[in-house]
Design a binder for this molecule. Sequence first.
Ligand code: HH2
Length: 280
Amino acid sequence: MRQILLCGRFRLPLSPADRPLVMGIVNLTADSFSGDGTGDDPVAALARAEAQRDAGADLLDLGAESTRPGAAPAPADVELARLLPVLRVVRDWGLPISVDTYKPEVMRAALAEGADLINDVAALRAPGALDALAASDAGVCLMHMQNEPRTMQTDPRYADVVAEVRDFLAERVAACAQAGIAKERLLVDPGFGFGKTVEHNYALLRDLGELQRIGVPVLAGLSRKSMLGAVTGRENGAARLPASVVAAVLAVERGARIVRVHDVAATRDALAVWAATEGR
Ligand code: HH2
């Protein structure tokens, strides 16, 4: 079956035979866990976005509120003040622009300014989020998170993490269909590190293929995450580059069609080797 993601101005080919796509992270926050946030400096933010584009990102993901464990929420006006000046420039670069937010107010403003995709760590559960997307033609990434960023790592528990994440995402896909958001606009993401222990995260990576049963393309975000630090002993975000690249390849091997990464060039190189090995 041919899979195409409809997202705003773009149609992205995401069939198994297509090259996996790389989403370049652009953190517009000062407190990103990965250490690459650009704070409230729009010049640094644009330089970061430009670097991700030039490194070969297929999409850019702009995030103006940190969702790292324990992070305090940013008010919508603060998020928009960081986001909009950057969005207004990068939207004209000819590549799909994703905005990482769970706030309907921020979604609506971003969509009005030309965002092609909303990447929501809360999977459109906030009141008004489904309506904000239904009124647009943007793509949506529905991510799984247990609890919320402030509390998610306190004591995550599952009877069967893979089945629970799969069923949650399938339920959110159904909620989108009910709200009038076509399945062709959707991506699902297990949310590595969001309300999960190290064991939960590796169980999800091991069985990532299970999420394909939902019937929409899978996006995976493993880049620089603490689950990589846990097995390598690397404390610092950038030192987790080799582990991040391996994790991206493992995710693609298990069916992910988009990987969300900080290190775009290294990830693209690794995926080129993977694709050549697979004869693609
Ligand atoms: N991870 C983070 C943020 N947004 N979105 C999706 N779809 N999947 C993810 O795994 C994901 C995400 C956290 O990473 P990062 O943006 O680097 O950190 P921070 O939120 O601290 O800025």
